[in-house]
Design a protein around this ligand. Structure first.
Ligand code: ZN
Length: 215
């Protein structure tokens, strides 16, 4: 089972996470799970996706988890501010660094000052890999297009690719206006390391609504 969210949902209905499908066979690709803050929401979504809700065992309070069986979820964004793009290095030495890769948000006295991160993504990746710089913390708060009345769900990821896509999504939302539909896709693959170890990976991807791109 994929890990539970570490933070409380607060005013959210739940969260979106990538996990292995329940009825896993050989080479089954990962799918979207929806973690729900209430059993009522879980039951509603279980009916919608034709699946069973399972209690998430770790984490407190206990939450129900829905295996959607899908690698693509249609979602609605009601406001471009629902997309939060920050870079963060929360602990360690040198001191914590939180920014939007240009201006600092680390502390009240540094707020709005130039943070010193490289301007190019490749430069920021190099600094992050060396352990000295911040990594993306991208968060989208969305509604499910199939059941918008169930409330808002958060997707949080540290993927560099997703951060780039989310940045493009903000531009897209400014063009088409909100509310707008996006798609969350599970990107999954396998590669073999130099020492011959097979590694499976998955990350979330955000896709813009092709209906708007190609009218
Ligand atoms: Zn920075």
């Amino acid at each position: 089972m994929p890990g539970c969210l570490a933070h409380p949902f607060h005013d959210l209905a739940g969260g979106l996470v990538i996990g292995e499908p329940n009825d896993r066979g050989l080479k089954q690709a990962p799918v979207w799970y929806i973690e729900c803050g209430t059993v009522r929401t879980a039951n509603r979504l279980a009916e919608l996706f034709g699946t069973q809700s399972a209690l998430c065992e770790s984490g407190a309070p206990a939450r129900s988890r829905i295996d959607t069986g899908k690698d693509v979820l249609r979602v609605l964004v009601e406001d471009e501010r629902s997309i939060s793009l920050i870079m963060a290095r929360r602990a360690g030495h040198p001191a914590a660094h939180v920014c939007d890769h240009r201006l600092s948000m680390t502390s009240a006295d540094q707020m709005g000052k130039a943070c010193g991160c490289p301007s190019a993504v490749s430069g920021r990746q190099l600094v992050a890999r060396s352990g000295l710089g911040p990594s993306p913390e991208t968060r989208l708060v969305v509604k499910l297009a199939a059941a918008p009345d169930t409330g808002e769900f958060a997707l949080t990821t540290s993927s560099w690719d997703f951060a780039e896509e989310a940045s493009r999504a903000i531009c897209h939302l400014r063009d088409v206006g909100c509310p707008a539909e996006l798609r969350f896709r599970v990107m999954a693959g396998e590669f073999t390391t130099e020492s011959g170890v097979q590694v499976r990976y998955s990350r979330p991807a955000v896709e813009l609504d092709v209906m708007h791109e190609h009218p």
